[in-house]
Design a protein around this ligand. Structure first.
Ligand SMILES: CC(C)(COP(=O)(O)OP(=O)(O)OC[C@H]1O[C@@H](n2cnc3c(N)ncnc32)[C@H](O)[C@@H]1OP(=O)(O)O)[C@@H](O)C(=O)NCCC(=O)NCCS
Length: 140
């Protein structure tokens, strides 16, 4: 599925369109949560994703996010970014709306982690979880 946002700008959930080298570059070199991630790991995360949504300016990959799910009870949203020069124009919100409000996963429970983007996710219907939510961190 492809969606035109404005002249030259598109959302697309076609995995084969993902510029894997560029997504790896951003996440490995610029993100705070996946710094140093190996290319093989990143490729596997794309392969295993239930859905990815890419944001494109022509052929250039300018944003990305991915979703992981058991297909029944929950979806986990991860690796959300828009390149800095394209931020603040509603593109991140549009990309995330495509991910959470369209496609087959929209009726499931969505989970995510964020350090500082709570206002963005609140616009999309996410809330701070209650005390029923727990997490088990990987061993050090
Ligand atoms: C998070 C990110 C994808 C948002 O993309 P964007 O295109 O700039 O976001 P939008 O312009 O669509 O903004 C939508 C809403 O997000 C929120 N938001 C955007 N930037 C924000 C910021 N720096 N701090 C807090 N909230 C912010 C606002 O509520 C905004 O709505 P408003 O413009 O009506 O105030 C982008 O800033 C980014 O890639 N940041 C670095 C990576 C990152 O932090 N990813 C998220 C990890 S959880």
């Amino acid at each position: 599925m492809k969606r035109v946002l404005a002249a030259g700008l598109e959302l697309d959930d076609d995995k084969t369109r993902i510029d894997r080298a560029e997504v790896h570059r951003y996440l490995c070199d610029e993100s705070y949560w996946a710094a140093g991630r190996q290319r093989e790991t990143q490729d596997r995360l794309i392969d295993e994703a239930a859905r990815v949504v890419g944001l494109y300016d022509g052929e250039q990959q300018i944003g990305f996010c991915r979703a992981v799910t058991d297909g029944v009870s929950f979806v986990y949203l991860a690796d959300v970014y828009v390149l800095e020069e394209h931020r603040g124009r509603g593109l991140g919100e549009a990309m995330l709306r495509e991910m959470v409000e369209r496609g087959d996963l929209t009726r499931l429970k969505w989970l995510l982690h964020t350090s500082d983007m709570h206002p963005l996710y609140e616009k999309l219907g996410f809330g701070v979880p209650n005390a029923k939510v727990m997490e088990r961190l990987p061993p050090p």
